[in-house]
Design a binder for this molecule. Structure first.
Ligand SMILES: CC(C)(COP(=O)(O)OP(=O)(O)OC[C@H]1O[C@@H](n2cnc3c(N)ncnc32)[C@H](O)[C@@H]1O)[C@@H](O)C(=O)NCCC(=O)NCCS
Ligand SMILES: Nc1ncnc2c1ncn2[C@@H]1O[C@H](COP(=O)(O)OP(=O)(O)OP(=O)(O)O)[C@@H](O)[C@H]1O
Length: 200
């Protein structure tokens, strides 16, 4: 069984996907792919630079992630422009990796971690079980500020760039509540893993 794993920023997707990988799942990680297409020389980074200008690059030609983040998390039309440039290539690579795993490891469960899965559900018809990693918004905000060392205002800007976590929870087939201890989460992940193996 393959699952699409999503949630809000800092709700614990990586925490849960690491637990599943420990148990033997194969992982496709959209954030990793998103970083790869932003490496110097990649056509996607060239297109991003053509739109946003050289000021989004550091002196060595690599992406100034902080600068681009400041622009797109505060400006919906610039965020849309970035999504229009980057998302088709990211989606294509996600699909390619899933197909490669299915070919090379038939029957082995695959976890596809995509932060913006429910913002573009129709783009992923091949993912038919959606798992949402959930924490209430106050916990999400707190964890995000702590992990990234950012202000409340910056954290709120990131949260409001995505579908609300309560809405994502409503759209889930399976919810993992990550607001308790890691041991509480691990118990839920155990159950999910049993199901993934059973329905492989
Ligand atoms: C804007 C960038 C440079 C900021 O980099 P930064 O290192 O600060 O953040 P990072 O990449 O670790 O992203 C952290 C989280 O932010 C959220 N996020 C990132 N991009 C977006 C977006 N376009 N819209 C909404 N949320 C986003 C996601 O939850 C992601 O997990 C970077 O996020 C980026 O290149 N974004 C465009 C690609 C993208 O949409 N990636 C996320 C989904 S695959
Ligand atoms: N159950 C938990 N209790 C306390 N802290 C937790 C718990 N789960 C995760 N965290 C912490 O919360 C932060 C966010 O978790 P994580 O990085 O897994 O989220 P994410 O959804 O993958 O984030 P992103 O959207 O940015 O990729 C991390 O600092 C992590 O260590």
């Amino acid at each position: 069984m393959n699952i699409g794993l999503t949630g809000g920023i800092a709700t614990g997707k990586s925490t849960v996907s690491s637990m599943l990988v420990e148990k033997g799942a194969l992982l496709v990680d959209a954030d990793v792919i998103a970083r790869e297409v932003m490496l110097p020389g990649h056509p996607v980074l060239l297109a991003v630079t053509a739109h946003f200008g050289q000021e989004i690059l550091l002196a060595d030609g690599s992406l100034n992630r902080k600068r681009l983040g400041e622009i797109i998390f505060h400006n919906p039309s610039e965020r849309q422009a970035l999504n229009d440039i980057t998302h088709p290539a990211i989606r294509q690579e996600i699909r390619r990796q899933v197909q490669a795993y299915e070919r090379e490891h038939p029957g082995q469960p695959v976890v596809v971690d995509i932060p913006l899965l429910l913002e573009a559900r129709e783009e992923y018809p091949y993912l038919n079980t959606i798992v949402v990693v959930y924490v209430p918004q106050e916990v999400q905000l707190q964890r995000l500020m702590e992990r990234d060392g950012i202000s409340k205002e910056q954290a709120e800007a990131r949260l409001s760039s995505q579908l609300d976590i309560e809405q994502k929870k409503q759209l889930a087939d399976i919810v993992i509540d990550n607001s308790g201890t890691l041991a509480d989460t691990e118990q839920q992940v155990d159950k999910l893993w049993q199901r993934m193996v059973r329905e492989a």
